[in-house]
Design a protein around this ligand. Structure first.
Ligand code: PEP
Ligand code: MG
Length: 908
């Protein structure tokens, strides 16, 4: 005998588990379906006996191309035990045991193999089944279903061929539903199906029941690597080596007549969270019939009339499952001649609103605690609840549906090219840009549009990626829509939408409507804004739930949450939304509009005097901004960042200016100022402005600029103090790469502050710190902490410089390709790249604190409001995250979730 090299055999690894052997916590080994079937079996619920082949077996199969040596014998042993229990053998001619084979990975995944039912039927055993059931029609119906499912999913035959043959059989009999076909017709259909298999798969439909089972098991293993499944895993960042389990379950039959049937049920309404009887039932049906829409299902509540005993038992089981799983469960069941069987359960999907409601309902029922309630919701769901939405009561005409790619509710006139989008939006029209798919040339059109609608492409298509990056509503891949950009129209179900017709798109549901659907504000935002009170008698149930969950989160979180805001209005909103300070005030935003010209004066100044005059003009304006900001944020920290962007951003566009000057020259009409401006634009022009003269570098080479800003901050703080306010300003230096830069700026700033203190007689406590947004700053954080009282990680620039990705360009140019190739599942500008950028943050935190134990640490890049990144920042020990005002509730919630330990749940 040859030596067995299989390490699993050497280690005595077991690959097959009876349903009585597993439990719900073994999802890694048994997959979600297998683990839950085992759990239900152990709860004593009526689950048809069966066994699960583990993900370990699949892994060996995928690695080696062959199933593990021991698998066949193990399957045989479990099959024999099953046969014994059922009192009949698989495919036995006079009374066959039939089984289903179903895939079941840890996470449910599109692209995995569909279920194959009725395995064990053959030309012989179909007769035995007919006799045993006393029902010819049932037996032949089961057999035709097996050949159809097996042909399609195991042998790869085009499913349409079977569907067409079925349709023809129905047409010939002039009936519309499959249940009206009798045994003789189904028998003929079986012959037809077998011919299709032979012609298309090049082999006969296997008559050996064990061969049927083994082929189906291998097909499940193979389906782990379908292109669709692989892409889904890359995008969802599900590891490729988990493998899938295979469930082999003895068949029960819902197609044995009117006292049989199959259904789906939810323990609560997945849309509202309310407890009740939710689901659908279909008499005399099997498998997918209930969801396939081939016949009309009845509401689950009607089952009470049809079969009271099964109905009552189902209600009881649903309660058992809810109490046991402590959550909404969805269920598949079958009734075979009045006997109820449970085929599947899992913690069910739900809408964002229902997630919040269910979590608080379960707390009230005493089933879960607050920490667990926080695990039942997430920031993405909260963000979804904060978008304005279409009025649910409005009369709508739905045109079609695509993928909900970027949330929001957008209404506008249909335009089919970017040029028109820009032109119309400039004249004040709201437009929806409709394309088959978008590409980088559409960028300006996308910016101009209210929303974007495409007929092709998925969640990682150009349209979806760019729209999400811009926070713009997008529905993509609405395949029913035929977009004709040449004729500027789209056609859908005979409807024609011409350029200029109004359409409405819902980026949260993917629905597309004709005409203007009224938009209503989100009640959750009304609540955060303080315009709706959770305690009011008429308070919306959802608002009450959000209010309670936010209180749980605030009670648990360690991270503080600040806002990125640079005017009093945003600061006040941020405060209403729960901000505990401002983490980033970008002062460049204070130099826009009319004040841009003052910056121009500064840049054009030839003499010391001219420069000082320009700075003098800016000082009071800056000071007034700060006074307003400190007042809005009285008692809370406000981090003011000194000027960061390259100065040319304040000057006219080089091309426009060149044209203006050239035209003036040709008219001999010299404009001295334009000429000087053009010179300055040329002087300041940089190939890579993001890596050029910006941030602290500006402060070091433009005399007086930073000191003017520091003076404005100090004088504003002094003024607020004199007015009995409590200003808590922190001065932040951007783009520092080395401690020397910081030391010089710091020294100058300290002198200015001391001078303001002297002249005003007010004692000021102004913290001075820096952004850590260059790799060198992170790598030398220990030294930089010598001169900084706080660090704020600028993860936007840090991501840009660590990856070498130009942040303003890459999303629109090649991120789609990167996402499609699975290089990353999400843009690193959206979610922190833990291994690269995150490593620098982690190391800089440690080095900074080693130098200065009381160093205050925060983050103010976009990642500060991203759910997954918030967990990372909690874990590395930052003190706060800072994000745009609108994302503050999400950051609060996620900080609470990060800090609260789960009591164990089925939530990913
Ligand atoms: C950053 O770089 O992360 C940051 C917050 O600064 P800005 O986005 O203004 O460059
Ligand atoms: Mg930056």
């Amino acid at each position: 005998m040859s030596e067995n090299k299989d390490p699993h055999v050497a280690q005595g690894v077991k690959f097959v588990f009876d349903f009585t052997e597993g439990n719900k916590d073994l999802k890694d080994l048994l997959g979600g379906k297998g683990a839950n079937l085992a759990e239900m079996t152990n709860l004593g619920l009526p689950v048809p006996p069966g066994f699960t082949i583990s993900t370990e077996a699949c892994k060996v199969y995928l690695d080696s191309g062959d199933e593990p040596a021991a698998l066949r014998d193990e399957v045989s042993a479990h099959l024999t035990a099953l046969e014994k229990k059922m009192g009949k053998k698989l495919g036995q001619a006079d009374d066959p045991l039939l089984v289903s084979v179903r895939s079941g990975a840890k996470f449910s995944m599109p692209g995995m193999m569909d279920t194959v039912l009725n395995i064990g039927l053959s030309d012989k055993s179909v007769q035995g089944l007919a006799k045993q059931a006393g029902d010819d029609r049932f037996a032949w119906d089961s057999y035709r279903r097996l050949i159809q499912m097996f042909g399609k999913t195991v042998l790869g035959v085009d499913g349409e061929l079977f569907e067409d043959a079925l349709e023809k059989a129905k047409d010939a009999k002039k009936v519309t539903v499959d249940t009206d076909l009798d045994a003789a017709e189904l028998k003929k259909l079986v012959t037809r199906f077998k011919k299709i298999v032979k012609a298309e798969a090049g082999r006969d439909f296997p008559q050996d029941p064990r061969e049927q089972m083994d082929l189906a098991i291998h097909a499940v293993f193979d389906s782990w690597n379908t292109e669709r499944a692989k892409l889904y895993r890359r995008q969802e960042r599900i590891p490729h080596d988990l493998g899938t389990a295979v469930n082999v379950c003895s068949m029960v039959f819902g197609n044995l007549g009117p006292d049989s049937g199959t259904g789906v049920a939810f323990t609560r309404d997945p849309a509202s969270g309310h407890q009740g009887v939710y689901g659908d039932y279909l008499q005399n049906a099997q498998g997918e019939d209930v969801v396939a829409g081939i016949r009309n299902t009845v509401p689950l509540a009607d089952l009470e009339q049809i079969d009271k005993k099964s109905y009552d038992q189902l209600m009881q089981i649903m309660e058992t499952l809810e109490t046991h799983y402590k959550d909404l469960c969805d269920i598949e069941f079958t009734i075979e001649r009045g006997q109820l069987w449970m085929l599947q359960t899992r913690v069910g999907k739900r809408t964002a609103g229902a997630a919040f409601r269910i979590a608080t309902q379960l707390v009230d029922q005493g089933l879960i605690d607050e920490a667990e309630a926080l695990q039942r919701v997430n920031g993405a769901q909260l963000a979804q609840l904060m978008f304005p939405r279409f009025d649910e009561d409005a009369k709508v005409e739905q045109l079609g549906r695509g993928i909900a790619a970027s949330p929001g509710a957008a209404v506008g006139k249909a335009v089919f090219d970017s040029y028109t989008a820009i032109k119309w939006s400039r004249s004040g029209e709201k437009v929806i840009l409709i394309r088959r798919e978008t590409n980088p040339d559409d960028l300006d059109g996308m910016i101009a549009a209210e929303g974007i609608l495409t007929s092709r492409g998925g969640k990682t298509s150009h349209a979806a990626v760019v729209a999400r990056g811009m926070g713009k509503t997008c529905v993509c891949g609405a395949e029913d829509l035929e977009v004709d950009t040449k004729r500027r129209r789209l056609t859908v179900n005979g409807h024609v939408v011409e350029e200029g017709d109004v359409v409405s798109i819902d980026g949260s549901t993917g629905k597309v409507y004709l005409g203007e659907v009224p938009v209503v504000p989100s009640p959750v935002v009304e609540y955060f804004e303080g315009r709706m009170h959770a305690g009011a008698d008429d308070a919306d149930e959802l608002v009450q739930a959000v209010h309670r969950i936010m209180a749980f989160a605030d009670g648990k979180r360690r991270l503080r949450v600040r806002a990125n805001a640079d005017n009093a209005e945003d600061a006040l909103r941020a405060r209403r939304f729960g901000a505990q300070g401002i983490g980033l005030c970008r002062t460049e935003h204070m130099f826009l509009g009319e004040r841009r010209e003052l910056v121009e004066h500064l840049i054009l100044a030839d003499t010391e005097e001219e420069r000082e005059n320009a700075l003098k003009e800016l000082l009071p304006l800056q000071k007034r901004d700060f006074v307003e900001l400190f007042e809005a944020m009285d008692g809370l920290p406000v981090t003011v960042r000194l000027l960061d962007p390259p100065l040319h951003e304040f000057l006219p566009d080089i091309t426009e200016l060149s044209v203006r000057v050239a035209l003036a020259e040709s008219r001999k009409d010299h404009n001295e100022n334009d000429l000087r401006l053009l010179q300055a634009v040329h002087r300041l022009h940089e190939q890579n402005p993001m890596l050029g003269l910006r941030g602290v570098r500006l402060g070091l080479v433009i005399p007086g600029l930073f000191t003017m800003q520091v003076r404005a901050i100090a004088e504003a703080a002094a003024e607020r103090k004199e007015a009995k306010g409590d200003p808590r300003a922190e001065i932040m230096i951007p783009l520092v790469g080395t401690v020397q830069e910081l030391e010089i700026v710091r020294e100058e700033a300290e002198q200015v502050i001391a001078e303001v203190e002297r002249t005003t007689g007010v004692h000021l406590k102004l913290a001075l710190g820096t952004m850590i947004e260059l790799p060198r700053a992170a790598l030398t954080a220990g030294q930089i902490a010598e001169a900084a009282e706080f660090f704020s990680f600028g993860t936007n620039d840090l991501t840009q410089t660590v990856w070498g990705f130009s942040r303003d360009d890459v999303e629109a140019s090649f991120f789609t390709a990167y996402l499609e190739k699975g290089i990353f599942g999400v843009s690193p500008f959206e979610t922190i790249d833990k291994d690269g950028v995150g490593k620098l943050v982690r190391d800089a935190v440690a080095a900074g604190r080693a130098t200065r134990p009381d160093l205050k640490l925060g983050v103010c890049g976009e990642h500060g409001g991203d759910p997954e990144s918030v967990h990372f920042f909690h874990e590395v020990g930052l003190d706060y995250v800072s994000c745009s005002p609108f994302r503050i509730p999400v950051a609060r919630l996620e900080a609470g979730r990060a800090a609260s330990t789960s009591t164990g749940s089925d939530h990913r």
